[in-house]
Ligand binder design. Structure first.
Ligand code: TYD
Ligand code: MG
Length: 457
């Protein structure tokens, strides 16, 4: 038998473009140092595509003849996951869940399918053995469900088993361990990931069985493998959080069947993940009466309001350059806020070390927490605590003005719901919101000085 001819190509690990020789900068996407060497079979991916023949049967239809009934969705019995997916898992869709190693992707997926009573699921594991999965399942409280475990990494075999089992849902853990015989390079390489996911997409669309792919992310934080992977799938979810804290956030980055503003919050426990339906209560458990350096921000993540503690510590700088450190907040933004403080409140920037921490290990991107951050720093500097019942929302501009933020009503209502008595918000932000019904005192502030007068007298 003739040995199949192979050739070496160089593929961009960002966009998947190929080139016969190595280049430093990808001409297609402009990224540097993304080219990797791969061996390709002369006839790429033929078997994969033939594996479940049936292609080429589509024919043009008039748009008006296509029925627009709701996509049929599978209820995953997990309110957070359902919401992030846009109301459940759409039949025939391909969903990618990405996240750092050990963050809990396998746990989330296994726990979800173990809660699906009337569905037959097939869990394809390329990373863990059946026994390991059994041990994990024993940790998670679950009912007796029809869940098949398949420890296989060859794509063609997976399709054979899927034909046989006829599952209602397939999980592939993880896409980087799956390989196809039709592609010469090793599992996890750009061409394997690209060809395998394209074949899986075809399978999902033709059979109507939804497939959940688990994907690793690389050190830059994007999903390992070519960017085309994210283009191929219908939905990309990112599971994130600090491994040393218990909170996990499930974020939707792309969703063809729902909004990307949705977000799910979980708590990692000994017995699996627990849905957190009211995040503020968890993030605000500590009693900080009389402590300086703590301010509560009314923040938003996606379209969910929650209240979060920002903590700051300032001290005299003993070295030449003062130390600055921020956890969960952008350091450059903190430096900007410190410069505003220097100008507006006589804070001696060059002589102070500043440490900032957002409670719970969360990363908050909402600019509305600026006001809380700047107040926490000043509170620590003056050593005067901010009243327990006060929370803040507002973006701080370069000249110390407090700028309006989005969805102020939701922030106010969330603060009221949690029993806060005062909230500081930007001036002219209320636009038509009827505050008559609110019992919380709303203080509108224009400048940081004004806010500081309210907080510290
Ligand atoms: P895992 O799902 O294996 O992560 P991934 O698939 O993203 O790599 O999660 C592993 C971590 O979760 C591990 O450090 C242990 C922890 N864990 C719990 O805290 N409670 C549990 O019930 C389970 C199953 C795992
Ligand atoms: Mg895993």
């Amino acid at each position: 038998m003739a040995i199949p001819k192979t050739k070496t190509v160089y593929l961009c690990s960002n966009c998947g473009a190929d080139s016969p020789k190595w280049v430093g900068k990808c001409p297609a996407c402009g990224e540097w140092n993304t080219y990797v060497e791969e061996r390709l079979a002369k006839e790429p991916a033929k078997h994969v595509i033939q594996g479940f023949a049936g292609g080429g049967k589509a024919h043009p239809v008039l748009l008006r003849d296509i029925t627009s009934e709701e996509e049929s969705r599978i209820d995953l019995h997990d309110a957070e996951l359902n919401r992030v997916l846009g109301g459940g898992l759409v039949k025939g869709s391909l969903v990618l869940i990405g996240g750092e190693p050990g963050i809990g992707k396998s746990t989330l997926v296994l726990q979800t399918i173990l809660g699906l009573k009337n569905l037959k699921t097939l869990y394809v594991s390329g990373e863990e053995s059946g026994r390991q999965l059994k041990l994990r399942a024993e940790r998670l409280a679950h009912e007796d469900t029809d869940c098949f475990i398949l420890c296989e990494t060859l794509l063609e075999q997976i399709f054979v088993h899927a034909q046989h089992v006829q599952p209602d849902l397939i999980i592939i853990d993880s896409i980087q361990t799956i390989y196809s015989e039709a592609v010469e390079s090793s599992p996890g390489s750009v061409s394997q990931v690209r060809e395998c996911s394209a074949a899986i997409l075809k399978y999902a669309k033709e059979s109507g069985v939804p497939v959940l792919l688990i994907g690793h992310i690389n050190k830059e934080g994007s999903i390992a493998g070519p960017k085309v992977l994210e283009h191929i799938v219908d939905t990309v979810l990112q599971f994130e959080g600090d491994r040393h804290y218990m909170y996990r956030i499930l974020r939707s980055i792309k969703n063809r069947f729902g909004s990307t503003a949705e977000l799910g919050i979980y708590e990692m426990r000994q017995d699996g993940l627990r849905e957190v339906s009211n995040p503020s209560e968890l993030l605000l458990t500590q009693n900080h009466e009389g402590l300086s350096g703590v301010a509560v921000a009314a923040a938003m993540e996606g379209i969910r309001p929650f209240l979060i503690e920002t903590q700051a510590l300032t001290g005299s700088a003993v070295y030449g350059t003062p130390q600055r450190s921020a956890t969960g907040f952008d350091l450059r933004r903190m430096n900007m806020l410190l410069a505003v403080l220097e100008k507006r409140a006589g804070f001696k920037l060059a002589q102070k070390d500043v440490f900032l921490n957002i409670a719970g290990g969360l990363k908050v991107n909402d600019p509305a927490i600026d006001l809380a951050v700047i107040s926490a720093v000043l509170s620590s500097n003056l050593d005067i605590g901010i009243g327990q019942g006060t929370c803040l929302a507002g973006e701080v501009g370069l000249s110390g003005e407090i700028r309006p933020v989005n969805r102020i009503e939701q922030r106010i209502l969330e603060a009221e719901k949690l029993g806060f008595s005062h909230i500081l918000i930007p001036c002219n932000n209320l636009k038509g919101f009827d505050t008559a019904k609110c019992t919380i005192h709303i203080l509108q502030v224009k400048k940081v000085e004004e806010a500081f007068r309210h907080l510290f007298g």
